[in-house]
Design a protein around this ligand. Structure first.
Ligand SMILES: Nc1nc2c(c(=O)[nH]1)N[C@H]1C(S)=C(S)[C@@H](COP(=O)(O)O)O[C@H]1N2
Ligand SMILES: [Mo]
Length: 425
């Protein structure tokens, strides 16, 4: 697939990597028409191998970058943002179309800040656990890191992901339609372990979590739910300390629950008998329904999926073989199945789920496709282990009306024109 303004790269891919992939599929006896893949393979055989400058002399010193950076040829793979009146209040979207597998690299993890990213000195940071506990305690980061830790791979999705597309297709690329979504391995101490230290009074049924940023973002969570889903006070992300944008030095991770509840820069957990009814769960993060009432405390991110390649803004260089691929996830557990349609939902095929398929985690799916050159509409539909089926946007709007903003998990169609242009429809 051609990335905009990157001719050389696409030639390199089509002649070597894609040819090999195509031949391997052929050997595996896949259903792809032989003619379509043979073209790529024979071009690769006919090409001459030149000796480029980088083969003639040694490269950069081994410690050129004490902290590694991507190839400069990949400088277009970055988070992007939309113009906002206050740069500290807003989002930076993950470039989903350019990512592979299911892990989001730390530098590309989406960012959603209500009052900017604070620069916190971990030695001065404290976590207070108080309220209906037997022993209120204040922990330093070092003290927390002495507890038994756990690691788990989970997605994080902003409740507002795909908000622009409620009424009609509004954004061009999957980065802006679905990029308030990332997935990484979190490491930290289970809330259960911390509460084992402080003790919990029997009447405690809710926790209130608060951040140390200027927004002092706070949200309430039912205690039983938090324990059931494996709530964690995380200090690491994909093997290194959590990035400042993700909540350094401590963040609450609530697997499968809407992004905003995953309090960054966590500094306080209070045990209570009822929710705090904070601004963030009354004025915001509620869904205005057609009858004028608002739904509140919509914690779980329901099953959703999106095709990331081919996706809006890309162009298919020629008819032939394409590996349709994308991501599926559910806040309720594992993805059970993903269906893909190449004819606008008339017929569906079952996609291959790539291992590992984990609970409350992004799952990579793939479907081999031979594009004949005509117009096509590609879309995916996720089904999770509870049997929940991702709805079409029309089905969603029928229930939720058009005043909603959060929790748009509708099916995303991408249209392929005969020119090869892919767009949001
Ligand atoms: N303290 C604090 N926690 C916060 C926020 C914030 O602004 N302040 N933003 C929330 C929102 S709305 C989302 S979607 C996620 C985003 O997490 P990320 O920036 O690591 O992707 O963090 C949540 N936790
Ligand atoms: Mo969010």
């Amino acid at each position: 697939m051609k990335r905009k303004g990157d001719e050389a790269d696409s030639v390199r891919f089509s002649e070597s990597a894609r040819g090999q992939v195509a031949r391997r599929r052929l050997l595996a006896g896949s259903a792809i028409a032989a003619g379509a893949v043979a073209a790529g393979a024979s071009r690769a055989l006919g090409a001459t191998l030149t000796t480029p400058s980088w083969t003639k002399e040694p490269g950069a010193p081994v410690l050129a970058h004490p902290y590694g950076v991507p190839s400069r040829y990949e400088s277009g793979i970055v988070r992007r943002t939309l113009p906002a009146p206050i740069p500290q209040v807003g989002s930076a979207w993950t470039p989903l179309a350019d990512l592979h597998g299911m892990i989001t690299p730390n530098g590309l993890f989406f960012v959603r800040d209500h009052a900017g990213t604070p620069e916190i000195d971990p030695d001065q940071h404290r976590l207070l656990v108080h309220g209906l506990v037997d022993r209120p305690m204040v922990f330093t980061v070092d003290e927390l890191m002495r507890f038994p830790a756990v690691s788990a791979i989970h997605f994080l999705e902003c409740a507002g992901n795909t908000f622009q597309d409620w009424a009609k297709p509004a954004v061009k690329t999957v980065q802006f339609s679905h990029g308030l979504l990332s997935c990484c391995e979190w490491t930290g101490v289970l809330l259960e372990t911390i509460l084992g230290e402080t003790g919990v009074r029997p009447e405690a049924t809710w926790i209130l979590a608060e951040g140390a940023d200027a927004a002092a973002m706070d949200r309430s969570v039912p205690l039983a739910d938090a324990l059931r889903i494996g709530a964690m006070v995380a200090f690491a992300q994909n093997g290194e300390p959590i990035r400042p944008e993700q909540g350094f030095p401590l963040r609450l991770v609530l697997p499968g629950f809407e992004g905003n509840m995953n309090i960054k820069w966590l500094r306080r957990i209070k045990l209570m008998t009822e929710p705090g009814m904070t601004k963030e769960e009354t004025a915001y993060y509620t869904d205005l329904m057609p009858d004028g009432k608002a739904r509140g405390f919509t914690f779980v991110m329901e099953a959703k999926s999106v095709i990331t390649r081919p996706s809006g803004g890309q162009r298919l260089p020629s008819p032939g073989f394409y590996d349709i691929t994308g991501l599926a996830w559910s806040g309720r557990g594992r993805i059970m199945r993903v269906d893909v349609s190449v004819d606008g939902g008339e017929t569906w095929q079952t996609a291959t789920l790539q291992d590992p398929v984990l609970s409350r985690c992004l799952t990579r799916f793939r479907l081999p496709w031979r594009w004949g050159g005509g117009s096509a509409v590609l879309q995916s539909r996720a089904i999770d282990e509870t049997g929940y089926v991702q709805p079409t946007l029309k089905e969603l709007v029928a229930v939720r009306g058009v005043n909603s903003f959060y929790h748009n998990n509708g099916i995303q169609p991408w249209s392929v024109a005969s020119s090869g242009e892919v767009s949001n429809v």
